[in-house]
Design a protein around this ligand. Structure first.
Ligand code: PMV
Length: 310
């Protein structure tokens, strides 16, 4: 017997990090990158086959603790024995690059296990189980990654609130560039928590400003004001950099895109590596920006038509 589960990557347009503190974020499911988990019947202990490891689940390395835990918790929830199946994970989401790969692996795997055991899976249970994995991976997840990697519509997301679907339909393109450097979401989230302790007033101001920029970006999107959206994106990057969650290569790629006429540019996701995004006026401009970013050191780029989103 064999069953599969799927999930997709995500791009945070505005509001990473501040979303952890209750401010709004705007995020997009990113179907150019995806994960498929397959569960297949075998005899004996469960084994795992993924990018980082192939072997018995019980001997998986510590870095896979979030995945191992979510498998154990899902099987417990299903009230089934943890034996007699193998799990294979195929992913085109670059790992640890701010595209939500850890949440997406959990989502695809939970779906595959429910499918394999022929049980229906509610969205609440899916998000609850995914957040167990995300808490191990990030410490204090906002829930945004779990929502985006399991969803099919862009969201205006506020932690703990009902999902607000938010079709973008903006006449612009996003260029997503991967620095090729592993991001450090957990460390970046922890760094901001430390800043909150050492300088509460300044940190709180920055977080609130990031939230305000997300609110203003929402209006700019609703009015199709792409220049304005770009300005807010770049302002968000400056704030994120001041909170210590950018790095040299991200700053270089942001700077290079702006010099090449991007309407705005910022890091996306956890930061300290991972990916950045640049807002392009049209398809040709996006293609030019993509070339410029690859020349400046990006390892991979994707072009995303924001108008197509609904
Ligand atoms: O780096 P990623 O893809 O896991 O995105 C993290 C987003 C944060 O806002 C930094 C954390 C969170 O839980 O929302």
């Amino acid at each position: 017997m064999k069953a599969t589960g799927i999930s997709n990557g995500k791009i945070i347009l505005m509001g990473e990090h501040s979303v952890v503190y209750g401010e709004p974020a705007i995020a997009i499911p990113f179907f150019a990158t995806a994960i498929e988990t397959t569960v297949e019947t075998t005899n004996g202990p469960v084994s795992l086959d993924c990018f980082f490891y192939k072997g018995p689940l019980s001997q998986a390395p510590k870095r896979l603790l979030n995945l191992v835990t979510v498998i154990i918790e899902t099987v417990k929830k299903l009230d089934k024995p943890l034996e007699n199946f193998d799990i294979t994970i195929n992913s085109t989401i670059p790992a640890e690059r701010g595209m939500g790969s850890s949440a997406a692996v959990a989502v695809a795997t939970i779906r595959a296990l429910f499918h394999y055991f022929k049980e229906s899976l509610s969205n609440d249970v899916l998000l609850e189980l995914t957040n167990i994995s995300e808490t191990i991976a990030h410490g204090n997840p906002s829930g945004l990654d779990a929502a985006m990697t399991s969803g099919t519509s862009p969201l205006y997301y506020i932690k703990g609130q009902k999902f607000e679907f938010f079709p973008l339909k903006v006449s612009a393109y996003l260029v997503v560039a991967d620095t090729g450097i592993t991001g450090q979401t957990k460390e970046a989230v922890e760094n901001i928590a430390l800043l909150y302790h050492s300088d509460p007033k300044k940190t709180d101001d920055s977080i609130k400003q990031l939230g305000q920029l997300a609110k203003e970006a929402k209006q700019a999107i609703q009015q199709n004001k792409t220049n304005q959206l770009g300005v807010y994106m770049t302002q968000a990057h400056t704030l994120l950099d001041s909170l210590g969650v950018s790095n040299t290569i991200l700053n270089t790629l942001v700077h290079t895109s702006l010099e090449s006429g991007a309407l705005g540019a910022k890091l996306t996701g956890g930061g300290r590596g991972g990916c950045m995004i640049a807002l392009a006026k049209n398809k040709e401009h996006a293609s030019q920006l993509s070339d410029v970013l690859l020349n400046a050191g990006a390892k991979h780029t994707w072009i995303y038509n924001m108008r197509k989103d609904d």
